[in-house]
Design a protein around this ligand. Sequence first.
Ligand code: FMN
Length: 370
Amino acid sequence: MTSDAAALLRRAAFRMDPERAHESALRALQVGGPALAAASSWLAKRDGTVGQRLMGMEFPSPVGLAAGYDKYGRAVRAWGRLGFGFAEIGTVTARPQDGNPRPRLFRLPEDEAIVNRMGFNNDGAAVTARRIADARRGSGAGVPIGVNIGKSKVTPLDRAAEDHLASFRLLRGVADFVVVNVSSPNTPGLRELQDRDHLTAILGALRDEDASMRRRDDRVPMPFLVKLAPDLPDEQIEDAVDLAGELGLAGVVLTNTTITRDGLSDPESPVAAEQGGLSGPPLRARASAAVRVAARRAGGQLVIVGVGGIMDAADAWDRIAGGASLVEVWTGLVYRGPLIARDITLGLMDRMRDEGVSHISEVVGSDLGA
Ligand SMILES: Cc1cc2nc3c(=O)[nH]c(=O)nc-3n(C[C@H](O)[C@H](O)[C@H](O)COP(=O)(O)O)c2cc1C
């Protein structure tokens, strides 16, 4: 697909209802599998300078798909072919759920932003695990596939650990890494799970369950990450990073969407007034700062995944230089189109060449000083 064709498709999609457009894009990726496979050496163009071994696996590009785009695991094989270096499927909950009533996804084109209150619509862990397993058979996904899990809406907060455990038991066999999402603004009370006690209960239970399952099946330890909100004060991000270290987690993902409406060109617009989380460039500065806070605190001991307002290679470079080893995009895929992973990856390679850097790992944290 050329950039012109991509632009044409994007214009057509923007005339549709946002959620219908999203569903159409996913369907196209599903049915277009063979065409994607044929084009994948062009779409997934890159060289070894952007590949990294992290959490015990190879990431051919640092540019991944953020959680919430492929909630149902419908296009697992497409992401690597499209040029992404990894993908996070989900959020998946223990029980299937419909999410909030529509409309629940809104565009703010003047800011290239989105407001959403999807509310974890998904098929539940059992069905999603089967779907991912099917997709991974044979030649598989070609890139690491993470599964993002969250609390079912009907489960009270004090039983969140059990709910996550139920999902984990079903999804462990199909995930290369697991992200615990305690930062969505669209499940009532969910973000309270970011406090130390709740996080310890949930992540400690997952880690212990993994260890006990490993005694039976001898798998490698599951890398666990926790995904945080941009609206946490810096001290709470630092505390979560400390806790991640104490619990032996692999990393942290920063950030989810924000409940603020900072940085919008028209804060009074009807979409700005919709309830939900804001994503895209208005989130960029806070998400970038949050990565720096976490990276300084982690001191190289955790994998930092940067997400929020990454639209091009310059944004990705900034996030990586701020300490992220990996970055993810969601809103950029809507506004910059399906070639975004390729564009960012090639843009990073160009800049490394210009700056005389021989490997992406040298960029990671290069902004943080000694
Ligand atoms: C419509 C929509 C649905 C999302 N659903 C999820 C989700 O299910 N789980 C999750 O962890 N993050 C979810 N996110 C948040 C993204 O993964 C990402 O953290 C956020 O959008 C910031 O990145 P961006 O600016 O590139 O979009 C969702 C975002 C959008 C726009």
